[in-house]
Design a protein around this ligand. Sequence first.
Ligand SMILES: [Zn+2]
Length: 128
Amino acid sequence: MPKSCCAVGCSNHNMMGKKFSFFTFPKHPERWKKWVNSVKRVNPDGSDWRPSKLTVLCSEHFLSGRPSTDPTHPDFIPSIFKHIKTDSKSSESKLRRFAAASKRKLHVPSQTPPKKRFPAELPSLFWN
Ligand SMILES: [Zn+2]
């Protein structure tokens, strides 16, 4: 089944021979909404666009080439789109900041077992 990226101005699909990955929209409603907002697509009749279960985004829209399930990671929400001016320097520094922050976290000694990173229900505060 051919998959093509739903992003505006992006025509990547899996029959191109290039190595793109394709990702379906997240199931978590809040995160789903953020993805939809990032895509900023509008139906031809002007109504709100909604992805279907088969709608996919390609790896080109993520700083690291794939979505992250870590809410503190810049790739938790896709951020590279034609309608958003992204200069590669700021994208890189976002990733670097994240990497630095993760490293710092690792240095903190922890007595408690690691908590599940992505609980099904997150308080909405967490997302803002
Ligand atoms: Zn794409």
